[in-house]
Write a protein that binds this ligand. Structure first.
Ligand SMILES: NC(=O)C1=CN([C@@H]2O[C@H](COP(=O)(O)OP(=O)(O)OC[C@H]3O[C@@H](n4cnc5c(N)ncnc54)[C@H](OP(=O)(O)O)[C@@H]3O)[C@@H](O)[C@H]2O)C=CC1
Ligand SMILES: C/C=C/C(C)=O
Length: 352
């Protein structure tokens, strides 16, 4: 008998998640049946979507998440013993029995990790997995960047943002990264070769944004939403494109923001006070912007194209990648909350 440990969702989050909202429990797993396999977690991912989607998660269920796992027993020839897999919907648990079939909604539950070619297996939860594909498809397909354009990315030192900025550099753009500490900014500029960095916590953010974008902004990859995004969208050039990826600045809010704020909008050296049009809408209309939200699974049919290209760029030295690794399954919650508060640079990972 194998004993699995798992985190059960006990109490709906209010504001920043509390440790008592989840409960770490042990369960005995039954023997596997024909068509099934048993996998043991090696690396687990902590991601912002876990906070964003928690309100839709039934209490009593295993907390959501992906992992890299090793197949340790198998009665399914597609998942042989010894293979490493991505357990896409396994959740926060040490051992999982699966049949590997897609969910009713068509989502893949598990897949074999393509040859990592010497790269760490944990990359399958980051640059060679969901966040890497979020950057690859969400930026290229929605922003459609052109060489010479100015790109702004928020959440720039995180799993998705750090890749978006580097892809924008590969495409010949000028890149301004926005993140929450000077140390992160140094990494973005010195190592990832972003052109400029602005700390969104800086009281002079608006002034610095203006100085950093003398030609305006053509593409904005939005990971954070809120006031910072409003300011960036109001710097955009005619026919600019906004890829709305996430809005982490609001995920822990107890009350969701509603309504519009007033904003001064610069148009050809004039300022209009946008009493009626609202903060973002006026910029979208007057600059004829395209703003599109997406969920990365839209590109499930091209999933391995993104992984292959990102791997290629890493091998060519064009894409640098970093992880913030927390040791121990017992520290899952700590790693999760730490990531929500900006403790990670690059991808936040837990090593069992
Ligand atoms: N649409 C889709 O399919 C997908 C969307 N996403 C979204 O992409 C975004 C980035 O995800 P991911 O790269 O995995 O996470 P990150 O690795 O970027 O980690 C989260 C980061 O968010 C930043 N942050 C926290 N609070 C705030 C705040 N109030 N304002 C601005 N930044 C904040 C922190 O960095 P800092 O120190 O800079 O504050 C923290 O490190 C999220 O919004 C996520 O929901 C992710 C995957 C798929
Ligand atoms: C698939 C991930 C979605 C968000 C909002 O993070």
């Amino acid at each position: 008998m194998v004993k699995a440990r798992k985190y059960v969702f006990q109490k709906q989050f209010e504001g920043l998640p509390k440790e008592t909202d989840l409960k770490l429990v042990e369960e005995e797993l039954p023997p596997i049946k024909d068509g099934e396999f048993l996998a043991e977690a090696v690396f687990l991912s902590v991601d912002p979507y876990m906070r964003a989607y928690a309100p839709q998660l039934p209490l009593g269920s295993t907390f959501i998440g992906s992992q890299v796992a090793k197949v340790i027993e198998s009665k399914n020839s597609s998942f042989p013993v010894g293979q490493y897999i991505v357990g896409n919907s396994f959740g926060w648990r040490t051992h999982t029995i699966s049949d590997g079939k897609p969910t009713q909604a068509g989502q893949l539950t598990a897949w074999l990790i393509p040859d990592p070619e010497g790269l760490p297996l944990s990359y399958s939860l980051g640059v060679l997995g969901m966040p890497g594909n979020t950057a690859y498809f969400g930026f290229l397909e929605i922003c459609r960047p052109k060489s010479g354009e100015t790109v702004v990315v928020t959440g720039a030192a995180g799993a998705v943002g750090s890749i978006v900025g580097q892809i924008a550099k590969i495409k010949g753009c000028t890149v301004i990264g926005i993140a929450g500490s000077e140390e992160k900014g140094k990494w973005l500029v010195d190592e990832l070769k972003f052109d400029r960095f602005i700390n969104y916590k800086d009281k002079d953010f608006e002034k610095k944004l203006k100085a950093a974008t003398p030609k305006g902004v053509d593409c904005y990859f939005d990971n954070v939403g809120g006031e910072i995004s409003t300011q960036i969208i109001n710097r955009m050039n005619k026919f600019g494109r906004i890829s709305v990826c996430g809005s982490i600045s609001g995920y822990n809010d107890k009350e969701k923001a509603r309504g519009m704020r007033f904003w001064w909008h610069p148009v050809q050296n004039y300022y209009f006070f946008t009493f009626l049009a609202g903060a973002v809408q006026f910029a979208v209309v007057s600059q004829q912007l395209k703003m599109e939200g997406f969920i990365v699974h839209r590109w499930l049919d091209r999933w391995f194209e993104g992984i292959k290209q990102n791997k290629q760029w890493i091998k060519e030295g064009k894409l640098k990648y970093r992880e913030s690794v927390t040791e121990g399954f017992d520290n899952m919650f700590k790693a999760f909350v730490d990531m929500l508060q900006g403790g990670n640079t690059g991808k936040a990972i837990v090593k069992v």
